[in-house]
Design a protein around this ligand. Structure first.
Ligand code: DGL
Length: 271
């Protein structure tokens, strides 16, 4: 049998946001190599149809398989909500999403079982977080809210801008006035607004970032399948995008704790 231990982990997202998940994998699994793909040509996924997201996800998984990945993390909440179930049945590579880990972490944190979820339109309308939370805890109450302007605000670097504070107030007022004691940041970009959201929601609300829990799920999966890379002397991280490599590089260097030098652009439609 082929030794998969040295093979990389494939991580993908619609763009740069998934770097918050890649960053967590780098922290929690420092010996693993990563191949990251950001679908910058077709971002945003949050407003696209399920059919399109499934097609995009299939193409990206086919590409990642050409890089011989041993497991794949769908870092994008929208792609997890719309495509994970389908692609898991179609590919033999193990695939992890971010919704189940996020739901589990929220249930671990909540005291009153009232959980808020913020995400893209695609994620919130799919009701996937609600479904997964109810499978784990049928008595839980879930309040979802789509916050489509958060993604462009983060992309523009407006994480500490007064406009962002106003948008947070518009989207999250109802959630703040509700009884939720735990809120899931159900979109890759939102951890970059974490401090602004935390400040707005106040101390009584715990904020959950699914990225940490997803990295722990990956760790468990690799261990169970005897695929962990334990003796790597230096890690190799590769980054691919479908467009705008230079912009991606700047963003990557502001999010990741080391210097990213090379970003390769590929034509994802070929896969
Ligand atoms: N990556 C997406 C998510 O986590 C957000 C950006 C997009 O809409 O493509 O849902």
């Amino acid at each position: 049998m082929k030794d998969l231990r040295k093979a990389p982990i494939g991580v993908f997202d619609s763009g740069v946001g998934g770097l918050t998940v890649a960053r967590e994998i780098m922290r929690q699994l420092p010996d693993e190599n990563i191949v990251y793909f950001g679908d910058t040509a077709r971002l945003p996924y949050g407003s696209k149809s399920k059919e399109s997201i499934i097609r995009f996800s299939r193409q990206i998984i086919r590409f990642l398989k050409t890089r011989n990945v041993k497991a794949i993390v769908i870092a994008c909440n929208t792609a997890t909500a719309q495509a994970l179930e389908t692609v898991r049945q179609e590919f033999d590579t193990p695939i992890i999403g971010v919704i189940e880990p996020g739901a589990r972490a929220a249930l671990h944190e909540t005291k009153n079982k009232k959980i808020g979820v913020v995400g893209t339109e695609g994620t919130i309308c799919s009701q996937m977080y609600t479904r997964v939370i109810h499978e784990m805890e049928p008595g839980a109450e879930v309040l979802g809210k789509a916050c489509p302007l958060f993604v462009p605000l983060v992309e523009e670097g407006f994480t500490r801008h007064h406009i962002t504070e106003e948008v947070i107030d518009i989207y999250l007022k109802e959630m703040k006035e509700s009884e939720v004691d735990t809120m899931i940041l159900g979109c890759t970009h939102y951890p970059l607004l974490r401090s602004a959201i935390m400040q707005y929601m106040g101390e009584g609300v715990r904020i959950v970032n699914p990225a940490y829990e997803a990295a722990m799920d990956l760790k468990k999966l690799l261990k169970e399948r005897n695929m962990s890379n334990e003796n790597e002397e230096f890690n190799k991280y590769e980054f691919y995008v479908s467009d705008a490599a230079e912009k991606f590089k700047q963003f990557a260097n502001s999010v990741l704790p080391y210097n990213v030098e090379t970003i390769r652009q590929i034509n994802i439609e070929e896969f």
